[in-house]
Each structure stands twice: as structure tokens, then as C-alpha cells.
Write a protein that binds this ligand. Sequence first.
Ligand code: CMP
Length: 234
Amino acid sequence: MPNSPDRSRDDASRLLRRCSLFAALDDAALRLVAGHAHRRRFDAGEVIFRIGSPGQSMMAVLAGTVRITAASVDGKEIVLADLGGGEVFGEMALLDGRERSADATALTNCDLLVLERRDMLSVLERHPAVAIKLLEVLCERLRRTDQQIGEIAFLGLPMRLAKALLRIAAGTPQAKLALSQRELGTMIGGTRESVNRCLREWQRRGILQLDEGWIIIRNADALEEIGRGNVKET
Ligand code: CMP
């Protein structure tokens, strides 16, 4: 039996409830927002939108991971954020009416809820708590990016790599990471070759193990010391 409009609106508002952005809305307001939203699915690897394209909507991640990247003119790519369930993106073009500021790609299969500009702007006007929450999201991203710029500009590659590995490992059981060396390079602003050199040296010293595409951290304390700059690396 096909879903009735009421049923899909209930589903959408239940899913929106999981987004901290909409936590302040009561059920009636949430149903109103959900009534205007539509779901879209993307397969792993699919482009959601490209930098420079016009943006008339923002998206909430219901399931999966969306990768936000920026590219330099010479084709190098840097990861700005990986966003999971409950997080939103596309809010910048929605707010300022300009083009998309970065690429968004489905890192895994993704289920998104798309919210159109005119509906979101009216929610923000009528519900200041949602507007304030969105400002918090923007502040958090700016802080993260400030930190990333600081690391790239002022820290050597080993320190950046150690910090990135520890950050990723914090959300991973058994400190076993499925990351390619190229991918790590795009996260820390380095080349695959320099990442490879560093990882091999750390493997030689027993700090981690490289095993069929996995990076397994064996000595997190040593990585922390490198991340703090307490160990001289070449
Ligand atoms: P928008 O500019 O509409 O499209 C690209 C999106 O990527 C942007 O909205 C934000 O949601 C997200 N984004 C852009 N820059 C960053 C960043 N530095 N950190 C996290 N997310 C970002």
C-alpha cells in the first residue's frame, strides 16, 4: 500500500526530531517543516552537489555519511568535514542566497531530507531557537576550520597526521582505521607519498601497524606525544 501524505509527514517529522537543529520545535511546528521536506537517497560515491552550483535548499543527514570537500585550482582536495546522522549541510547557500561553497559527496549510501529555502527561512523567522541553533552549527564549523587552518599553516606533517589519526580513532572501536593514505593526505593537506613515508616510519617504531589497507594504532601514547610536538620528527 502506498504511503499516505499523513504517514510520510509523520515519518519525516520523526526523522527530523533526531536533528539537534530542530530540537526546540514542538510537534505541530515539526510536522509543518516535515510536510515541506522531501527525502533523497544517494549511493556511496555519488555527488550531492558541486561547489559553485546554485543552492536553494539545505539537507539533513538521516543516515550515512556526507563528505564536504574543497578543491584547489591545481586539483588537490581537502576534507572540510564528514557529517553523519542528525547533522545538516547546505545551510550557507540557503542563508546567503549565493552559490555552494564546497562539494558534497555521499561517502556511504545516504538518506537525506531536503528542506527548501523559502520553508527554512520562514521557520527561522518564526522560531528564533532554531536560528540560534543554526548559528551554533556555523560557529562550530568555523572553529573546526580555524583549527584545521592553524594546523596546516603552523604544524609539520607528522604532528598533523598524528592528531588526525587520534581524532578519527576516538570514534572507532579498537583503534583500527580503514583509511587510504590518499584520503588521509586530503584530510591534513599533505601528499599520499609524505603520508606513506610517515606511516612507514611509525610502523618501524611499533607505533602503528599497516595491514591490508587498515591502519591499526598500537601505541596511542606515542602518537599523542608526536601530536603535541614533544617528539622531534623529520
Ligand atoms: P553550502 O555553501 O550551501 O554548500 C556547501 C556546504 O558545505 C556548506 O553550505 C556547509 O554546509 C558545508 N561547509 C562549507 N564549509 C565548511 C566547513 N569549513 N566545515 C564544515 N562544513 C562546511
